[in-house]
Design a protein around this ligand. Sequence first.
Ligand code: MN
Ligand code: MN
Length: 451
Amino acid sequence: MELIRKNIWSEIDNGKILDFAIDYKKFLAKGITERAVVSMLEAEAKDKGFVDITSLDSLKLGQGFYLNHRSKSFFMGVVNEELRLGLKLLGAHIDSPRLDLKQQPIYEEEGMALFKTHYYGGIKKYQWVTMPLCLEGVIYRKDGSRLEISIGRGENDPVFTITDLLPHLAADQMDKKAGKVIEGEKLNVLIGSIPLVEGKKDPSVKKGILTYLNKEYGLIEEDFLRAELEILPNLPPKDVGFDRSMIGGYGQDDRICAYSIMKGFFDCENKNRNLLACFFDKEEIGSNGDTGAQSRVLEYLLEMLIAKTGMKATSLEVFFKSKGLSADVSAVEDPSYEGVFDKYNRGRLGFGPIVSKYSGSRGKYDANDTSAEFLAYVMGVLDKSKVMYQFGELGKVDLGGGGTIASYLSQLGIEIVDMGTGLLSMHSPFEVASKADLYMTYLAYKGFLEN
Ligand code: MN
Ligand code: MN
């Protein structure tokens, strides 16, 4: 108990903390979309000798397995004992707030070509203008061929941007409420300005861009109907502060927890339990869809595990005996915005991952609200693992709130609590995390699996 609420920098070898963040920064730079994270996780899993569960007729005890679910969510684990004894489970999400291209995105006005977007997840729209942006995702041509798009992050790549009004002409705009300063339909991305001249037809910038896309990638306009393309901040992750104690970067919600799970899972010693690491898509839009935590993908995986190990159990029996951490970020007190947290129940930067008994809003509505029994269990495990952590609640009562995958996994029967790294500027293009909190989050997840 004496380990709770201490500044980690004063307690732990600072060199270890700073070193741990080096590879995380690379992961964050590369894992810019949920699809990119799944590819990286699959490559890591294969490298460690894990096999695709769908390719196996039978699964042996101790054999690491993985499931790449439609390139957008990912699961890996190992069965070491009877499944009916349950799983130790860690779950994060790998989607992040962003701008998606609409299905018919390209248009032209005033000699400029632009993309229409529809934002994904909870963003402050005014944060997304006047900065370099990149384009990432997949698109299918009519012949069925698949094209992966990644434009903007290469050294010689062009970037894209969303313009804003000059202050000289912004008197009306500046009188608007922050939620209306930049409206959703104004999040239009500038993509070109050279018109194509064709005989007697009017010169067209849109045609100029389509001609370029056709020559360069073999695309036609219709192909955008068969696409999932994301507009993302083109800001490589950076050390923040003179002392380099923090990391700034896009998508740390929730890739900081996803990374900590991945490392904790692979580094876990004493793998004598049934372990499962889950990386879900779609959390930022309510965990919906076929790749989100509300889908039945975990049941699907469990039924495969039961069938392929030949063990006697039902997926429900397994879930009801399982214990998990919902590994999602929380918020830490921002000194410039005092007063949004209850000062006795707030998360603090550098004090370790934050345990939240419940999330939800307006009277715990939609919350998982973990039991005292399970908190006692988790705290026992964390203390045994010598992890420094803190308890925190996301903001003052009735000020807002939010949900995580915890409530959906708990509905399956899994005992679960939220525990994750605290962020500053959450959901912004440049979220900030403490390297000490990252390191301790990793130790917490590793310790949870081991003890
Ligand atoms: Mn999250
Ligand atoms: Mn989020």
